[in-house]
Design a protein around this ligand. Structure first.
Ligand code: NAD
Length: 252
């Protein structure tokens, strides 16, 4: 499959979990992938996994919460790999707590890393995409955008992603840029393993409970999200923009 041959994809938070699976998927279909994470060392395993399969990838250390760092790294990506055609705003964190106990620092951190980073990366990427009159942006929202106990900060950030997506689709559409979001439910990754630990469960126990609540009776895999992101950044969805697609096993 070569849907992305000749294209450069930037995937943020691609050292592990959904970002790593997305980087691997896009590379398997021909994209040259910039594997962006907090440090180049963290990105190395994903880069190795891609190159071991004959794909093209390069790792970049970047805190996506820092727009100056994003600007510098994206310029480097464009110089190294030959442009920026696809951006996947995937980097994210959680700092869960009931609202009455939620420290301001945890509010700020989650809004900054999950939402402001999407502003930062989209703001810089659209400069390249507008010039070339082509681009695809997909950002990670979450089922939690609809409300989730203990996640006021995260839910607000992920709902913000949906508003940002709908608006960027309107403003960037005339430049042939598609902007969409995916909203996963429970996907088994390091993030959900950390949540399990916080509530005193093993990852397996936590996943079993989530599976019972899910109509498809299983939790999601990073690859379940990666394949939907690949669809949304491909020409197979060229008339889809401004949408948030829930990837959550049928849960309401
Ligand atoms: P994860 O914790 O496994 O991976 C997140 C990655 O982002 C890590 O490699 C981390 O180093 C990187 N990262 C964090 N802060 C960063 C920063 N400031 N700059 C650069 N990189 C940074 O998470 P995951 O489960 O793979 O989630 C990926 C995305 O999907 C997140 O946006 C998350 O909110 C979203 N999501 C996850 C789930 C789920 O159930 N796992 C559900 C809905 C949405």
């Amino acid at each position: 499959m070569t849907r992305f041959t000749g294209q450069v994809a930037v995937v943020t938070g691609a050292a592990q979990g959904i970002g790593a699976a997305t980087a691997l998927r896009l590379a398997s279909e021909g994209a040259a992938v910039a594997v962006v994470d907090l440090s180049v060392e963290r990105a190395a395993a994903t880069v190795e996994a891609i190159t071991a399969k004959g794909g093209t990838a390069r790792g970049y250390g970047c805190d996506v919460a820092d727009i100056n760092a994003v600007e510098a790294v994206f310029a480097q990506v464009a110089a190294d790999l030959g442009g920026i055609h696809i951006l996947v705003n995937n980097a994210g964190i959680t700092r869960d707590n009931l609202f009455f106990k939620m420290p301001k620092d945890d509010w700020d951190a989650v809004i900054t890393v999950n939402l402001t980073s999407a502003y930062n990366c989209s703001q810089i990427a659209q400069r390249y995409m507008c010039k070339q009159r082509y681009g695809k942006i997909v950002s990670l929202s979450s089922r939690s955008a609809l409300g989730n106990r203990g996640q006021a900060n995260y839910a607000a950030a992920k709902a913000g992603i949906q508003g940002l997506t709908a608006t960027l689709a309107i403003e960037l559409g005339p430049f042939n840029i598609n902007v969409n979001a995916v909203a996963p439910g429970y996907i088994a990754t390091g993030m959900t393993a950390a949540t399990a630990e916080r509530v005193g469960a093993t990852p397996e126990q936590h996943q079993e409970l989530a599976a019972e609540r899910t109509p498809l009776r299983r939790v999601g895999r990073p690859e379940d999200v990666a394949s939907v992101v690949a669809f949304l950044v491909s020409e197979d969805s060229s008339y889809v923009s401004g949408q948030t697609l829930y990837v959550n096993g049928g849960a309401r």
